[in-house]
Every structure is written in structure tokens, then in C-alpha cells.
Design a protein. Structure first.
Length: 358
């Protein structure tokens, strides 16, 4: 297991990048703690696989260094980095049995026959394929083949890190949950450094201790699920995480007051000299509907999703979402909203501004 340091790292697929736009991965400095489980979350094309492949050594970065526990591995091969990587689509040897596929990484590293037999049995159980160990991979479904790929990724206990690139894409929904749970317990048991790439927030939030959110080639926030929820450092994190995502409302902000179309909103902290695109961000969970004082809204639709209701409304022509408790009766007289002051964030050019304690 290893601590992984990304030092001044950046990557462009162009031989002569002209500007920042030509970089699939913008400059990045970060330390991935030894033994932690990370999820790398972002929409398609934001640079997740690029980053993962640079860590594993499949791709050489155009700039910067990678260190494993302070050893520079920037130019080391994947094999020398001692890493297991599982991809989106199955990589299996069709002519081999499931057992031999699982045993392969262990045989390669010269493990004893006795250890291999015992470990393969254990992994076979984890991926739910104990009964199929002696079948050839050829005749199996894509789903089963991907389970073999996952098993192969997990079979070695002595790797520096385990990397997963959207590994559950071809797996059916029920098995997805099952395998994610297995990966999590594997992490608890062996404490490997794990990086799990996904575009699915539920997957990221349930799997990881820390979620690394990427947007347009940049890491925009690294945090616990709670930090991402409460203090999105970038408006993208606010939109992308949460269902529905954070409301982002154009405003002007001075001192401890935000103004939206002439209506004042109290803030917890003070701000001065904000320059650029100023917005406030409030999660739907921290917006309340009222018949009393507040900002005027028009309710468009109410969705009952079981545990709570999602109210889709309009605030000065823009959509705003409100989460109301299951028991809340929503009457047509509720045409105002208020915000929970301690959960109103201020953004300038999409980045969170901390403000000063008053
Ligand atoms: P993700 O895994 O988040 O979907 P990728 O890391 O695969 O994103 O891609 C990031 C960006 O780099 C995308 O714009 C993609 O088109 C580009 N890209 C990825 N692989 C290559 C490649 N081999 N050659 C050129 N451009 C690439
Ligand atoms: Mg990818």
C-alpha cells in the first residue's frame, strides 16, 4: 500500500498544447492518503480515466511527477508500480477457466499453489461465482466476465493500490449493490489505497471515505460526502451532488446581505469587494415554503418521492427547487420562501467565497 503524490501534474493529448483548453487534465497537486478509499466523480469526458491511467502508468503525463511513498514512479511501468486496475469492460482470457483467470495474477507473482487455491476460492465467493470456477470464460455473459475482471483486480493482497474505472457499468443493478458492498468490505479488511472512478453520485457517496469531484479537467473539490453536501466549493459540485442539486441564484452581495431582485437575504458571514459573477447557492433542503414573509415564488409542480416532497417553483423567472418534509401540507397560499441562513453559500465566478465572521 502506498501514499500517492501528484506533483504539478497535467496532461494534454496534443503534442504541442497551446493553452489550458488543450489540457485534458489541468495542473493538479494532491496527496492521496495511504489506505484511503477515494471515489473520482464527474461527468463523462471530464478527465477521470486520464487521471487514473496516469496513476497506473498506462499514460505518461505531459507535465509533473507521481510519487508512491516518496519514490518517483513517473517513468515506471504499470507492473513496477504494483497496481491492480479494473476497467469498464471485461478483460478476461476466454480459453481459461474462471479459476485460472482468477489465479493468473498470483501465479505471475509466484505465489504457492496452496495459497492460490485458498485465495481463489475466497475471491470466487466474493464475486458470487463459486459454482462456476471450473467453467471456461468463453461461454459466460458480459456480466459474469466483468465479475471475473473484478475478482482478478482484488485477488492480490500486496498491491500498492487498487484502481477501478467505472467497473460496474455492465453489471445488473442488484449485483452492482452487492459488488460495491464487497469492495467496501475488502477495503475494510485489507486497507488498500483504492480509487474508484464513477459518474454516479450514489456510487461515489456510498463507496468512498473521500470523494474527488472533477469538472472540465480540473479537480474542483475533495471532501467527505458531508463536506460536499454542506459546503460545495464550486457551483458544479452543488449541481452535481444532491437530488435535486443546489439552487444557484444570481445576486449582489454586500456585507451580510445578498440582494435578489430587490429582496434582501440575510447571510451568516460578511463579504466585501466581490468582483465578477456573484451568485448565492442554497440546497433545496434549506429552502422553506411559507405563507408569511419571504421571496415570492410560484409553485409549478409538487413531486412526492416518498421520504419527502420536491417542490418545483419559479423565483423571478428562474427555476428553484424546495424539499419539503413528507408531512408538510403544501397550500396555494404558500407563495413565499425563506432560506436557512447558515446554509446560504456565496460564489464568485463559480467558486465558493468564505466571507468573514462578523
Ligand atoms: P472521463 O473518463 O472522465 O470520461 P477521459 O479522461 O476519458 O474522461 O477524457 C478526458 C478528455 O480527453 C476528453 O475530452 C476526451 O475526449 C479526451 N481524450 C481521452 N482520451 C484521449 C486520447 N487517447 N486522445 C485524445 N483525446 C483523448
Ligand atoms: Mg472514463
Amino acid at each position: 500500500m502506498a501514499k500517492i503524490t501528484l506533483d504539478n501534474l497535467a496532461h494534454s493529448y496534443y503534442p504541442k498544447p497551446k493553452g489550458e483548453d488543450d489540457f485534458a487534465l489541468k495542473e493538479l497537486n494532491h496527496v492521496w492518503a495511504d489506505g484511503e478509499a477515494y471515489a473520482l466523480l464527474g461527468s463523462s469526458g471530464c478527465g477521470k480515466s486520464t487521471l487514473l491511467n496516469i496513476i497506473s502508468g498506462l499514460l505518461h503525463p505531459s507535465q509533473g511527477r507521481i510519487l508512491f511513498d516518496d519514490v518517483d514512479v513517473t517513468h515506471a511501468t504499470t507492473a513496477d508500480r504494483n497496481i491492480a486496475q479494473v476497467f469498464q469492460f471485461p478483460v478476461v482470457y476466454d480459453t481459461m477457466t474462471v479459476r485460472d483467470n482468477l489465479a493468473f495474477p498470483l501465479k505471475n507473482r509466484g505465489a504457492s499453489a496452496q495459497y492460490i487455491a485458498q485465495r481463489v476460492q475466497q475471491i470466487g465467493a466474493m464475486i458470487g461465482m463459486e459454482a462456476e470456477l471450473d467453467k471456461r470464460a468463453r461461454g459466460l455473459t458480459a456480466d459474469a466476465k466483468q465479475k471475473i475482471s473484478l475478482g482478478r483486480g482484488m485477488v492480490r493482497e500486496d498491491v500498492n493500490a487498487l484502481l477501478f474505472d467505472e467497473p460496474l457499468t455492465v453489471i445488473d443493478p442488484h449485483m452492482k449493490w452487492e459488488l460495491r458492498t464487497q469492495l467496501k468490505s475488502l477495503h475494510h479488511e485489507f486497507g488498500h489505497t483504492m480509487i474508484y472512478v464513477t459518474h454516479d453520485q450514489t456510487e461515489a457517496l456510498t463507496f468512498a471515505d473521500k470523494v474527488v469531484v472533477m469538472y472540465d479537467g480540473r479537480v474542483v473539490q475533495i471532501g467527505t460526502p458531508q463536506q460536499l453536501f454542506e459546503k460545495p466549493e464550486h457551483t458544479f459540485v452543488g449541481y452535481f451532488i444532491g437530488s435535486p442539486g443546489m439552487n444557484v441564484i444570481p445576486a449582489s452581495v454586500t456585507g451580510k446581505t445578498a440582494t435578489v431582485h430587490g429582496s434582501a437575504i440575510e447571510l451568516q458571514r460578511g463579504y466585501s469587494g466581490l468582483d465578477g459573477k456573484v451568485e448565492i447557492g442554497v440546497r433545496p433542503e434549506f429552502v422553506s415554503l411559507t405563507e408569511g414573509e419571504g421571496l415570492p415564488v410560484r409553485i409549478r409542480r409538487v413531486e412526492d418521492v416518498g421520504r419527502h416532497k420536491i417542490v418545483r417553483a419559479e423565483l423571478f423567472g428562474n427555476e428553484i427547487n424546495i424539499v419539503a418534509g413528507e408531512g408538510t401540507a403544501i397550500s396555494p397560499d404558500m407563495n413565499k420562501i425563506t432560506f436557512d441562513t447558515s446554509h446560504v453559500n456565496v460564489y464568485v465566478n463559480d467558486w465558493l467565497i468564505e466571507g468573514e465572521a462578523a
